[in-house]
Design a protein around this ligand. Structure first.
Ligand code: SF4
Length: 189
């Protein structure tokens, strides 16, 4: 019997590396799709994409990047949302689902839920709304228990691990915390 095919949105190489083995054990045939126009600046995007392919190539997985880097899509998608992260999730998951539908996938999901810094409840809500719209199934996987595994695998495979979520705002917020800590010895409250 053939395995069920899962189209899995990958935010980066370390997260893809962290979740793969568990999905394989569960019997999924995984195709990773790198689609992250939220990442700023372009150099950082290239670095994350390059490390995604380092993981794909060294482990012989399936990985694709069917869309070019178009950061304006990210800014447009957050402009109509009160919560910018929801706009960011919606853009990425919608594009992945639409591509999956065209290419005969029934299931899609995302590696984003591995991060303790992401809002898992909102990712699930957005994923389910999109699944209903495109007539696919969103696999609601809580990958958070694999966060440490992602760190270990990325060290083993020598993958770059980013220091901020991805967008311009998260870069600023991270810088603000680092500067505050440098000046006052603690993070801003
Ligand atoms: S913090 Fe992360 S999830 Fe939220 S908008 Fe920025 S890149 Fe997207």
């Amino acid at each position: 019997m053939s395995k069920p095919q899962l189209l899995l949105h990958a935010c980066c190489g370390p997260c893809a590396a962290g979740v793969y083995e568990e999905l394989e054990k569960e019997g999924w045939e995984v195709t990773f799709l790198f689609y992250n126009p939220n990442i700023h600046p372009y150099d950082e995007y290239c670095r994350r994409e390059e490390n995604f392919y380092r993981y794909i190539e060294t482990t012989g997985q399936r990985g694709i990047t069917p869309f070019p880097y178009q950061p304006m899509d990210y800014f447009q998608s957050i402009s109509s949302e009160i919560n910018r992260c929801n706009g960011c999730y919606r853009l990425r998951l919608k594009k992945v689902a639409e591509w999956g539908k065209k290419n005969s996938f029934q299931y899609f999901s995302t590696t984003l839920t591995i991060s303790p810094y992401q809002n898992q409840k909102n990712i699930f809500l957005v994923g389910e709304q999109i699944a209903n719209n495109v007539d696919m199934i969103f696999l609601k996987k809580n990958f958070q228990p694999l966060y440490r595994n992602s760190r270990d695998r990325s060290i083993e495979l020598n993958l770059y691990r980013q220091k901020y979520c991805g967008c311009l705002f998260s870069l600023w917020e991270g810088d603000k915390k680092r500067i505050w800590k440098f000046l006052f010895g603690q993070k801003p409250s």
